[in-house]
Design a protein around this ligand. Structure first.
Ligand SMILES: Nc1ncnc2c1ncn2[C@@H]1O[C@H](COP(=O)(O)OP(=O)(O)OP(=O)(O)O)[C@@H](O)[C@H]1O
Length: 260
């Protein structure tokens, strides 16, 4: 099922009042010195959807995700996640969301099983690690050091750690970057399983065919602004002539020169 559009800054798409908003960005801005990383983004994210974020390098995808995760404070505007003010209630939020970290040295020196135990200790409520290990087929790797695993299995371990608190919302920053096609496919199978459990999934990606195939909606960020957010089909309809591919959406909308 594709969740339909209707967010605050959505262009096109219908709205369905029955959809439950789990994240609300209201004119969120983030400035680093003189760099305006995010220039006022308004967006609603709905329960149970897979929302992809696309845009050129430096467009502001990670900054937008980090504001939603409560990791960085917006310079202005408001970010509400599951009813919590992401800026003022990061501790409450932490219990409810899962973040798949990019490559990090944090768990490089420990075994997969140890990393799972360590992450369990961070949360009040946790999901049975055995269940997570089963879902991700991690059993044969439990006694291996994380740094000895292939990129695909390291990503999977990172996802397992993000699931340890049974989060309602899962954030994945470029989860399939650098993975071989089979590992990418397998990771998407898991993401779809999590979606089937009712989880909301937000991810950034540079792979347009993945955005097309797996995302209910795709948010297009260009130079810190949300320029479109809709289903892949509806984004394609925005193209000149109303047809093309998500690669064309990327070229024509995400990577277009401002004002072109
Ligand atoms: N901590 C920081 N300090 C200063 N500038 C930053 C910081 N984090 C991000 N920026 C700048 O903010 C802008 C947006 O960066 P961001 O990482 O959000 O982009 P992105 O779309 O995720 O890029 P990529 O696809 O390369 O990961 C860039 O110009 C970046 O250099």
């Amino acid at each position: 099922m594709r969740v339909r559009g209707g967010g605050a800054a959505d262009q096109g798409g219908g709205s369905n009042v029955k959809e439950q908003t789990v994240i609300e960005l209201h004119d969120a801005k983030k400035t680093y010195g003189t760099v305006q990383a995010v220039r006022g983004i308004s967006l609603n994210v709905y329960k149970g959807e897979v929302l992809g974020i696309i845009g050129a390098n430096g467009a502001g995808k990670t900054t937008t995700l980090e504001m939603m995760m409560g990791l960085i404070e917006p310079t202005a505007g408001k970010v509400t996640v599951l009813g919590y003010d992401a800026r003022k209630q990061p501790a409450e939020l932490k219990e409810k969301i899962g973040i798949q970290l990019q490559k990090t040295s944090l768990y490089d020196r420990i075994k997969v099983s140890e990393a799972l135990e360590l992450f369990q200790s961070y949360y009040k409520k946790t999901r049975d690690p055995k269940e997570i290990v089963r879902m991700l087929n991690l059993e044969p790797y439990l006694k291996m050091h994380v740094k000895k695993l292939s990129g695909g299995w390291q990503q999977r371990t990172a996802l397992a750690l993000a699931l340890i608190n049974d989060p309602e919302i899962i954030f994945l920053d470029e989860p399939t970057t650098g993975l071989d096609p089979k590992a990418r496919h397998d990771l998407w199978e898991i993401i779809l399983k999590l979606k089937a459990e009712g989880k909301t999934i937000l991810l950034s990606t540079h792979y347009m065919e993945e955005a097309n195939k797996y995302c209910d909606r795709v948010a297009v960020i260009r130079a810190g602004e949300l320029v479109a957010c809709d289903t892949p089909d509806n984004l394609i309809k925005l193209l000149p002539g109303g047809q093309g591919t998500m690669d064309d959406v990327y070229v024509e909308i995400a990577a277009a020169t401002k004002g072109a």
